[in-house]
Design a protein around this ligand. Structure first.
Ligand code: SAM
Length: 338
């Protein structure tokens, strides 16, 4: 990629990319303990005074939407359904002008109770993480017996019109990789869009290894023939992280987010805000830019926007996982916002 010298209007970086998709983490806490994400005993959670308040979240989201050209907001975490003020935050976000697309990435626990309220608040759609439909595998992977709650959450989201309901799955060798086909069939039968995410080096335990992760090629090898997968038109992918494949001629599709083996950094349009008000220009960034201090010191919207632009200007051309000098970020995925 060649660095360009154009004047940034929105959240532009030196390589010509412009971030318009903001992932906002609402908490670093989670009620599952997925083995690829965090240890069974949990982590040292952020203390309450460090967390942005609901008003502070809405203020920064508003700066992003009205001053920086962000047109898509995804609330995430940790587990965003654990955030008490979620419905109100969503309602205030969907009232912004211009109105951004608003979605949620969740593990689905408690979604059955909140799906309609989220829809009524204007939420457009949800991504629900589900790696298996077998109770014993779910327990093994998440250290919790909550599969039924997740399935109920998916159904409620679908019924409430939070569609398309997307399902995110991570395959772990020797754990759930033999269940990829049944998970795909489960999603196809219910009209959910399944996307497999390659396991990334973002776990708190630093247990990731390139040698054991399940790759996009392996997933295609497993599912390609039985499900008649064909790549959809690459032209339509744009900045979407998932490569999309039609199932048996379509119209249903399955996606693969191959962040490790087929990185798509050149088309990245994402930026992240952590629950404690730090801007991250990449999941794998080792640097963050503090907006919370300026916000609490009384900075106006223009100053916050200027700080945010500066934070993005230094975004690196790629995540560098393949680089022998790659170092995992200090924060794990749960504290960044997936
Ligand atoms: N708790 C919510 C959930 O479960 O969707 C949102 C946060 S979670 C960190 C967001 C997504 O990141 C989930 O789909 C999860 O499976 C994925 N994830 C977590 N750790 C990962 C890792 N090491 N590699 C790839 N995906 C990961």
């Amino acid at each position: 990629m060649r660095a360009t010298s154009t004047t940034p209007l929105g959240l532009a970086d030196a390589y010509g990319r412009v971030a318009t998709d903001l992932r906002v983490s609402l908490t670093d806490r989670c009620n599952l303990r997925c083995t690829y994400c965090m240890p069974e005993e949990g982590l040292d959670w952020l203390a309450k005074p460090e967390l942005l308040t609901d008003d502070e979240v809405v203020r920064l989201v508003s700066v992003a939407v009205t001053h920086l050209g962000v047109n898509e907001i995804r609330f995430t975490g940790g587990e965003p359904l654990l955030r008490r003020g979620l419905v109100d935050i969503v309602a205030r976000t969907t009232q912004l002008d211009p109105r951004p697309q608003v979605s949620l990435t969740t593990n689905g626990i408690g979604l059955a109770r909140q799906a309609q309220a989220l829809r009524d608040a204007g939420m457009d759609r949800v991504n629900v993480s589900l790696d298996t439909i077998r109770q014993d595998t779910f327990q093994q992977l998440t250290h919790r017996d909550r599969l039924k709650d997740v399935i109920a959450g998916l159904e409620a989201a679908h019924q409430a019109g939070l569609t398309p309901v997307k399902v995110n799955a991570v395959l772990m060798r020797g754990v759930n990789d033999g269940e990829a086909g049944e998970l795909l069939q489960f999603c196809l039968d219910r009209g959910y869009e399944l996307r497999f995410i390659e396991q990334m080096p973002l776990d708190a335990q630093h247990g990731w290894s390139r040698d054991t992760m399940i790759t996009a090629d392996e997933i295609l090898e497993m599912l390609g023939e039985p499900f008649g997968l064909e790549p959809t038109d690459a032209e339509t992918r744009g900045s979407a992280p998932a490569e999309s494949f039609t199932v048996r001629g379509g119209p249903q599709t399955v996606g693969i987010i191959a962040s490790v083996t087929r990185p798509f950094c050149g088309d990245c349009d994402r930026v992240r805000l952590t629950a404690d008000g730090q801007v991250r220009d990449c999941l794998f960034a080792r640097k963050e830019s503090d907006l919370r201090t300026a916000l609490r010191a009384g900075a106006d919207d223009e100053e916050l926007a200027a700080r945010w632009r500066r934070a993005m200007a230094g975004k690196l051309p790629g995540h560098g996982i393949a680089d022998p000098a790659f170092l995992q970020p200090v924060r794990p995925m749960s504290a960044i916002g997936g």
